[in-house]
Design a protein around this ligand. Structure first.
Ligand code: APR
Ligand code: PHB
Length: 389
């Protein structure tokens, strides 16, 4: 088998990149470890920056998103001192779109299938080879036999646990990591959302977030201990705790119901440098992870895809490799700013076990400042709607 760009991983990074390249006549093959149904069943985030939505449109996959996605012009922030709204549209002239990652992936899969391009599911033991030589290739098990895929470039869109990052020699790879001493317990319920906009709540009992997918599908999170497991939290216990952490006026409008999904995610910040080695490029979770507080996981993947897509077009169509040479540095420059924002939001809104009384006072003062200061609100809004590419 041979292709121009071999993409490892059929998550949002891999599928979006493949569709964009396809539109430009650049040939790709996607290798995915799981089944199609498994990938489509994963519940993840759902807040899209304008830049992400624009890429979906450019890939020709924006139609259902534009019909069903909900535009959010602001969000609410609650803390023991009160509740305030940050008006993204007024402060930045921009907004975000709420549209679940599950739907993003479904649209990308269906669009790719319609092109007839090859996506191989249930590929085992995918291994990038000769990435620092002239003719890279991948080997993998599929359909009961070993296969070889030759290509001009390999793109590792294979998530945090995938093999591509590990293929960069240890002596040239630097990994920066921070773990947080708590997790998020999230549930999905077929109930109407509590409010029209998201509510980020920094309560004395810990963080809570009220989010949504559509008018009858809500997503809620509460900060929990790392040692907790979803079985420790039956639905009633979850709702009771959520109610304790959100403003009373909001709690009065909360509609509860059975959860249809419940899971715990630890919070982590992670960056791998460089994001290119030889003929291999990393995109999305394969190279970096953010804590979910700033809603940036999917959006950082999109900025990588943006830089790499344009660099590939420049290479294949204009025979100019400068964009590929600069990819790692350009992607990382934006990644680190988004890392900073996600880390800052996490520090602002959570209770930390080791927090001193002094730390708490400073955190309260920062929230009070944000509540009353337009410049501080604008800084948050600029980051939340997405920094320019
Ligand atoms: N071989 C082939 N595919 C693999 C392998 C492997 N060895 N290992 C992992 N994969 C696949 C996974 O099964 C998954 O479908 O790579 C894909 C990676 O997808 P994501 O983890 O979703 O990462 P990414 O596409 O970069 O998306 C980033 O979306 O999923 C969220 O939390 C993530 O919000 C972040 C954003
Ligand atoms: C979500 O809806 O899943 C969501 C929204 C905002 C976040 C994180 C997750 O900051």
């Amino acid at each position: 088998m041979r292709t121009q760009v071999a993409i490892v991983g059929g998550g949002p990074s891999g599928m979006l990149l493949s569709m964009l390249l396809h539109k430009q006549g650049i040939d790709t093959i996607v290798l995915e470890r799981r089944t199609r149904d498994y990938v489509l069943a994963r519940v993840r985030a759902g807040v899209l920056e304008t830049g992400f939505a624009d890429l979906m449109r450019e890939a020709g996959v924006g139609e259902r998103m534009d019909r069903e996605g909900i535009i959010h012009e602001g969000a609410s922030f609650a803390h023991p001192g009160g509740q305030f709204r940050i008006d993204f549209e007024k402060l930045t002239g921009r907004h975000v779109m709420v549209y679940g990652q599950t739907e993003v992936n479904r649209d990308l899969f269906e669009a790719r299938e319609a092109t007839g391009a090859t996506t191989l599911f249930e590929c085992k033991g995918v291994k990038p080879r000769d990435i620092d030589g002239e003719q890279p290739f991948l080997t993998f098990l599929h359909g009961g036999k070993m296969n070889r895929l030759d290509c001009d470039f390999i793109v590792g869109c294979d998530g945090f646990h995938g093999p591509c990052r590990q293929a960069i020699p240890e002596e040239v790879r630097t990994e920066y990591e921070k773990t947080y001493p708590f997790g998020w317990l999230g549930i999905l319920s077929e109930t109407p959302p509590i409010a029209e906009e998201l509510i980020y709540a920094a309560s004395e009992r810990g963080f809570a977030l009220c989010s949504m997918r559509n008018e009858n599908l809500s997503r809620y999170y509460i900060q929990c201990r790392l040692s907790d497991s979803p079985e420790d939290w039956d639905d009633d216990t979850f709702w009771e705790e959520l109610i304790r952490r959100i403003p009373e006026t909001a709690a009065e409008t909360l509609v509860t119901g059975p959860s249809i999904e419940k899971s715990i995610a630890p919070l982590r910040s992670f960056v791998c440098e460089p994001m290119r080695w030889g003929k291999m490029f990393l995109c999305g979770d394969a190279a970096h992870i953010v804590p979910p507080t700033g809603a940036k996981g999917l959006n950082t993947a999109a900025s990588d895809v943006h830089y790499l897509y344009h660099a590939m077009v420049q290479h294949f169509i204009e025979s100019d490799s400068q964009g590929l040479e600069e990819y790692s540095a350009r992607a990382l420059a934006r990644i680190w700013k988004t890392q900073r924002f996600s880390w800052w939001m996490t520090n602002l809104l959570h209770r930390f076990p080791e927090q001193t009384e002094f730390d708490l006072k400073v955190q309260q003062a920062e929230l009070a400042f944000l509540a009353e200061n337009e410049a501080a609100q604008r800084a948050l809004a600029e980051n939340y709607v997405g920094l320019p590419y």
